[in-house]
Design a protein around this ligand. Structure first.
Ligand SMILES: Cc1cc2nc3c(=O)[nH]c(=O)nc-3n(C[C@H](O)[C@H](O)[C@H](O)COP(=O)(O)OP(=O)(O)OC[C@H]3O[C@@H](n4cnc5c(N)ncnc54)[C@H](O)[C@@H]3O)c2cc1C
Length: 614
């Protein structure tokens, strides 16, 4: 008899199952209830939706707001903006769909009590930039979570979902999910007619700049553990643009945001010798990407490029010139408040390092790469588009449904749609929720059924790391070293090292090539073999073990996509040294992958990019 055979299994029935109660998950829950008054809408979240996800500690700005009521921007403008920033490769149908709905979601936030900053003269929301509006956003997440809690039939907090379940009658149809309670260890089996994955992006794929005791200090939330990608990948959903990892320029060591500084405080950067440096790299960059370098605003990746080249030329550190702006007491207050609303750690770092931005221009750095779908980047699942706007090739029934029937996604989960941010992720969740209810209504009596053998087998798999540890700890040779198991932290560090050195992380100046990627894949394969021997001391470590499993699968996907796209489309995010230039002839397209879990093979293909907005 197994050591943990006394474990309780809890069965939960639902119509709509929302995995992840962050911004997109809350939107999906709210809207599912609106369209499905009689439906059982269940949310499952590995933390507590009150303060979970990337918005956990609050935000200072909502970065996606059109302002259509004041004719500030139209959805088409946002599509053009995102397309330009992503070097032409976005799903314009999906982006347009979010942009046309996002304002209504922001108005709901205000109605629910989110304090918005307003221009005292016009009464309009105060703009930080063309798309950003400023908020007093410390309580942004609790406010949004309250709406989701009221809409949901039940919210299951502290349950990490590890696998999706498939229908026993129809091969390509989802039927639910399994996971475990990270506090009690109960095994959960969720039956569902439709599943919406809204499990956020992925940090700790690549080695972070902060290591050792500082490793939790990454830009993207450390708990964003790639479940949004691994769960669909494992059941054969197609993914897109997984090579499009993002690198952020941020204040050094605290990853404090720079947007408000550039846009609102009108600060600028200079090299260590007080010189402007971006123009130095203009000609060489034009050689690589052609006219894209002249686009306005300059795409995010290209702005990183000049920074990186200047650092490589030995003229770092690059500094943000704050001394001038901070002489104005109003701007000084805004500068500090910007951190206090969402990245308090940056203020603490400055205090600890004797940096008063009125006296010293603070250093900037470029982050390690992250995989996500809602920022200036668009990795994620390949989804069906809106029926009134998407080209035929992008439509297979229900909006935001992946290539697996009944499996929907929103926020960081969905690929091809950059610049949705917090508000756009919530709006996309609403779009997915509405479509999921329609899908369920159309199912009629043909509802999915879970397979007993499948979830019973998964129970063994999910808890295996506890068994490995319980047995292997007797052989510990020194400290935490055991010949029989691998601790989640050790596995994570091994993953980060592989991705960093072979797939274009910080230590190789974000550069890779085919031989490096080939070796990276071999090493990832060896790591995967060892993951069967993960050892978890307790439930917390069991969660870490499954987060690692999800990160490894997402990393494999990133590596295959990076190998497939034989060009450098986004210099500043990563470089293919063997294909240095952007190549619009062959690569003005999306990359798609599909994983076969039986064989372990990845099938890669291209999909066309349709420019719908002129
Ligand atoms: C540092 C930082 C600054 C940002 N600044 C801004 C800004 O100024 N303005 C703006 O508009 N946006 C900003 N964003 C972007 C915004 O936070 C994201 O776009 C948005 O949160 C994405 O929504 P999501 O629902 O996809 O992911 P999240 O909000 O991260 O939610 C994912 C949820 O899934 C849960 N989860 C993950 N895995 C599992 C699993 N296996 N089982 C169960 N639950 C799981 C997580 O705990 C989490 O609650 C910022 C993000 C960061 C990190």
């Amino acid at each position: 008899m197994g050591l943990f055979s006394g474990r309780k299994t809890v069965f939960v029935d639902s119509d709509v199952l929302v995995i992840g109660g962050g911004m997109a998950g809350c939107g999906a829950t709210y809207e599912s209830r609106h369209w499905g008054r009689d439906k059982k809408v269940v949310v499952v979240e590995k933390a507590n939706i009150e303060r979970s996800g990337a918005v956990a500690q609050g935000l200072y700005a909502i970065n996606c707001y059109m302002g259509m009521q004041w004719d500030e921007n139209q959805p088409e403008d946002h599509v053009r903006y995102a397309r330009n920033d992503l070097m032409a490769l976005v799903r314009e149908d999906l982006g347009y769909d979010i942009a046309r709905h996002v304002d209504a979601s922001v108005h709901l936030f205000e109605e629910w009590g989110l304090p918005m900053m307003k221009d005292p003269e016009t009464g309009r929301y105060m703009r930080e930039g063309k798309w950003q509006i400023m908020i007093h956003g410390e309580s942004y997440k609790p406010i949004v979570a309250e709406a989701a809690r009221k809409a949901a039939t039940k919210v299951y907090n502290r349950i990490m979902v590890t696998h999706l379940l498939m229908d026993k009658k129809k091969a390509n149809r989802v039927a639910g999910a399994v996971g475990f309670n990270v506090r009690t260890g109960e095994f959960y089996v969720f039956r569902a007619k439709a599943v919406i994955v809204a499990a956020g992006g992925a940090s700790h794929i690549f080695k972070p700049r902060s290591v050792g005791e500082g490793m939790g200090r990454t830009w993207y939330a450390p708990w964003s553990s790639a479940s949004a990608y691994a769960l669909p990948i494992l059941v054969g959903a197609k993914m897109t643009q997984m090579e499009n990892r993002i690198v952020l320029t941020r204040f050094k060591d605290g990853y404090g945001p720079v947007g408000a500084y550039f846009l609102h405080l009108k600060t600028y950067t200079e090299n260590a010798y007080g010189k402007e440096y971006e123009s130095t790299w203009y000609e060489s960059l034009k050689e690589l990407v052609g006219d894209y370098v002249d686009h306005q605003p300059v795409p995010t990746c290209l702005r990183n490029h000049a920074f990186l080249e200047e650092m490589k030329a030995g003229r770092g550190p690059i500094r943000m010139v704050t001394k001038e702006a901070f002489q104005d007491p109003h701007k000084e207050t805004v500068g500090w408040e910007n951190f206090l609303g969402m990245t308090i750690g940056q203020a603490v770092v400055w205090a600890a390092q004797n940096i008063d931005p009125k006296e010293i221009n603070p250093e900037l750095t470029t982050s390690e790469p992250y995989v996500m779908g809602s920022h200036a980047t668009c990795a994620g699942a390949w989804a069906s588009g809106p029926d009134d706007y998407a080209p035929d090739e992008y439509q297979w029934g229900y909006n935001r449904m992946m290539t697996v029937d009944g499996l929907f996604g929103a926020g960081d989960t969905i690929g091809g749609t950059a610049h949705k941010f917090s508000s756009g992720s919530f709006a996309e969740g609403r779009i997915a929720g509405k479509a999921a209810v329609k899908y369920i209504n159309d199912l009629g009596k043909d509802t999915p059924e879970i397979n007993e053998a499948e979830y019973q087998n998964l129970e063994k798999v999910v808890f295996q790391p506890l068994e490995n540890y319980a047995i292997g700890r007797n052989e510990i040779v020194a400290g935490t070293v055991s010949p029989s198991y691998l601790l989640p932290l050790h596995g994570l560090q091994r993953l980060e090292k592989i991705m960093d050195e072979y797939v274009g992380g910080i230590s190789s100046h974000y550069t890779t090539n085919e031989p490096l990627l080939t070796r990276g894949l071999e090493l990832l394969e060896m790591l995967k073999e060892d993951l069967d021997h993960l050892g978890a001391e307790d439930l917390h470590q069991l969660q870490r073990a499954w987060e690692l499993q999800h990160r490894v699968l997402a990393s494999e996907s990133v590596t295959h996509h990076t190998m497939f796209r034989t060009e450098t489309r986004w210099p500043g995010y990563y470089y293919r040294a063997d294909h240095k230039k952007l190549d619009d002839t062959d690569w003005h397209c999306f990359t798609l992958s599909q994983y076969d879990r039986e064989s372990g093979d990845w099938n890669m293909e291209k999909a066309p990019v349709y420019h719908i907005v002129d």
